[in-house]
Design a protein around this ligand. Structure first.
Ligand code: SF4
Length: 725
């Protein structure tokens, strides 16, 4: 009689791991590719304030609304439900008959001009009764949704916040789930009568135990995120963390479950009315009308059709909405491309690359050589993020992509692997690899390149490692998949790879889980994983940034050895000129989505021709020897402009100490005069000849406590007084 009240798991569970992926500082700086990245930032930093910040994720359904209306089924479902509610609420003004009016001349009639949907066994108009009953049915189903989903979500958030509470709540919900729902509902009817709102509320309480189980896993996962730890350190209360960081991540599941429970509620109500526990007679109900029609199946079969069809359509509408919401990305993972996005992006990239190729005929690159020519990356819809980037990486060499956050380094690197975030695609240029242009490659073609031809290691090694599986399982699986070898051979190869990346106790590490090893060890394992397919090019996105100095040096040394021993090439994304000097053969300095200077590392570091390179070196403590260490390191005032603010002329002009009137026109890349280097500055030659240096700008005296003073306390406090003044 009563359908199963176990909730259906969400089809789009919150991917909490993905919420942790927003460390792409380049993406964050460069616009809308970064839009997705920055969207998560307030929640991640815990600095959002006010109700909108606190409940930011609950506005996620608004983001999903486009997808909702893009689904024909969901759009039809919304229209049907809205029309039904509107018709039901306005029924007294437009219905031709009252629900209890009887027409004894038209008993059990089919559709007629007087009764559009026919009449029942007492001559009552079916159309009037169906619409009069709709509001009550939908309204009481909503009570089940509010109580069931609301209570289940609150319990899950409370349980996820504390281990002890979780134990208690889980035991209670297990008891609730073991109770026979039908018997309890009948007992409630015996106690309170056919009070439908109360019955549906009790039903909601029973359903909440199942909802709790669905929500708990996601809420616990969200509670273990790094940004939640950061919020705790900041002193944010448990309640605020639950509202600000956990609830938004649950929003998609909440709306999906609500739609499904709404449909279940309607069916349960109809079932109760069918067995005589509906609203009191003569008040109409869908279940009661179906029950009445069932007694005239043979003499008046039409009687079953209108009410049954309306009930079925309403349940279908709720399910269609639930399905569409389930396919929408979760707020926490809204930056990830959906399958449709990926298909669209591949088509867009292919057409952009095709038109670019037509303009610049493809030049086959030598095997093992990467040639990027005029690469442009932009947000779908127009905003450019990277423009006209060109560089070559010869086999067995290391290229450094260097620049501040927001200069387009990571976007450039990710485009080599076809891993640009949702809404961002290659808009022009060529990525020539193995005689192919990867800029226009399909997703299938890129899947063949990733791992085998080009591999990736990222800043955060734990991104590459699944916490659910041992290192050995992940490494052996990757080797078997990429090299098509047997299990025993893959295991032997995994041991050899771990030894190659400098892990002494390789046998033991194979049996450990990622959380059982240190950050440096995890990065070595991630490198071993990247080497599983014997790639000829490794894209290393700030691989040492998250590691301490000693481990950084070890990892750089390892990469150097790998390049030497295997002939592999590396594209090293970094903001650290020390890393560039240490490992890179060539370097491309990027600023605001452009390469502003490139060439051999020694030439660039010894004789920088672009003011931005000059400034980066002046700001780097490693670039100065102890003897000539300036009293104060230079800074570059201002910040990298957003893509929408890029000027038509030199993009560095607003921060450049040497800017002049000639810099307002677009600046081309020209040979820098040293080897095959190029530079994008109208004053490059002038600066080289005059040997100008980037000057450290004055810092207001009140911000510099005189630490050399014998009485520094006095000096600092006087500075504070000046500040107050
Ligand atoms: S072109 Fe002008 S503004 Fe740009 S880096 Fe050169 S001197 Fe500075």
């Amino acid at each position: 009689m009563i359908p199963s009240i176990a909730p259906v798991p969400a089809t789009a569970p919150a991917n909490a791991e993905n919420a942790d992926k927003e460390t792409d500082t380049d993406a964050a700086g460069v616009g809308a590719g970064a839009g997705a990245a920055t969207a998560a930032a307030p929640a991640a930093t815990g600095t959002g304030r006010g109700p909108r910040a606190a409940f930011g994720g609950l506005f996620a359904p608004r983001m999903s609304s486009r997808r909702l209306f893009a689904s024909p089924g969901a759009a039809a479902g919304i229209i049907w439900l809205a029309a039904l509610v509107a018709a039901s609420l306005t029924a007294p003004w437009w219905l031709p008959y009252k629900t209890e009016d009887q027409d004894f001349t038209a008993i059990l009639s089919g559709p007629t001009a007087a009764h559009w949907l026919g009449t029942d066994e007492l001559g009552r108009d079916l159309l009037s009764r169906i619409f009069a009953a709709a509001a009550g049915t939908l309204g009481t189903s909503l009570i089940t949704v509010i109580v069931g989903v609301g209570l289940g979500t609150i319990l899950a958030m409370v349980a996820a916040a504390g281990e002890r509470t979780e134990g208690v709540i889980s035991r209670v919900t297990e008891v609730m789930m073991s109770l026979p729902g039908t018997v309890i509902i009948l007992a409630v009817i015996g106690a309170v009568g056919t009070n439908i709102p109360v019955i549906m509320a009790i039903l909601g309480v029973l359903i909440s135990a199942g909802i709790y189980r669905v929500m708990l896993g996601q809420a616990t996962s969200l509670q273990s995120q790094l940004y939640v730890d950061a919020a705790k350190v900041d002193g944010v209360s448990t309640l605020a963390i639950s509202l600000r960081h956990v609830l938004p991540g649950l929003s998609n599941t909440i709306v999906v479950q609500s739609a499904l429970i709404f449909a279940v509620g309607m069916l349960i109500q109809a079932g109760l009315a069918f067995i005589g526990f509906g609203p009191p007679i003569p008040q109409p109900s869908w279940g009661g009308m179906i029950q009445g029609a069932s007694q005239h199946v043979y003499d008046a079969p039409w009687l079953m059709v209108p009410t049954g069809a309306v009930l079925a359509l309403t349940v279908l509408a709720a399910n269609a909405i639930g399905n569409a919401l389930g396919k929408a990305p979760n707020a926490a993972a809204s930056h990830l491309p959906s399958a449709a996005d990926r298909r669209r992006r591949t088509a867009a990239s292919a057409s952009a690359a095709a038109s670019a190729s037509a303009a610049a005929p493809e030049t086959p690159a030598a095997p093992g050589r990467l040639s990027v020519r005029g690469l442009s990356v932009g947000v779908d819809g127009g905003t450019p993020l990277v423009t006209d980037v060109s560089f070559d990486v010869e086999q067995g060499t290391v290229l450094g992509l260097v620049g501040e956050s927001g200069c387009g380094k990571t976007m450039t690197a990710l485009s080599l692997l076809g891993l640009l975030p949702s809404g961002v695609s290659v808009t022009g240029g060529q990525i020539l690899w193995d005689g192919r242009n990867l800029a226009g490659a399909t997703e299938t073609a890129m899947a063949g390149v990733r791992g085998r031809g080009i591999a990736l290691i990222s800043q955060e090694p734990m991104r590459a490692l699944d916490p659910m599986f041992t290192v050995g399982y992940q490494l052996v699986s990757a080797i078997r998949r990429l090299r098509k070898t047997g299990k025993a051979q893959a295991r032997a190869e995994a041991l050899s790879l771990l030894e190659k990346v400098g892990i002494v106790d390789a046998g033991r590490i194979l049996t450990t889980y990622p959380h059982q090893i240190s950050g440096g060890m995890a990065q070595r394992v991630a490198i071993a994983l990247a080497l599983a397919g014997r790639p000829r090019l490794l894209v290393a996105d700030e691989p040492t940034t998250a590691l301490d100095v000693t481990v950084q040096a070890e990892i750089l040394s390892l990469l150097r050895t790998l390049v030497k021993d295997t002939g592999m090439s590396v594209v090293m994304v970094t903001h650290d000129l020390g890393v560039v000097a240490d490992i890179c053969d060539t370097v491309a300095v990027m600023y605001a989505g452009q390469v502003v200077e490139s060439g051999r590392t020694a030439n660039i570091l010894d004789n920088p021709r672009h003011p931005y390179t000059l400034a980066l070196l002046a700001a780097d403590p490693h670039a100065n020897t102890a003897a000539d260490m300036p009293e104060r390191l230079a800074t570059i005032s201002g910040q990298v402009p957003q893509p929408k603010d890029w000027p038509a002329g030199c993009r560095f002009m607003a921060r450049c100490q040497f800017a002049g009137s000639a810099c307002v026109a677009p600046v081309p890349l020209v040979p820098s005069g040293s080897d095959d280097g190029v530079v994008r500055c109208v004053k490059a030659d002038e600066l080289a000849v005059e040997g100008l240096e980037w000057v450290a700008t004055e810092v207001p005296a009140r911000r510099v406590p005189d630490v050399r003073s014998a009485d520094s306390t006095v000096s600092t406090s006087s500075a504070v007084e000046k500040d107050r003044a």
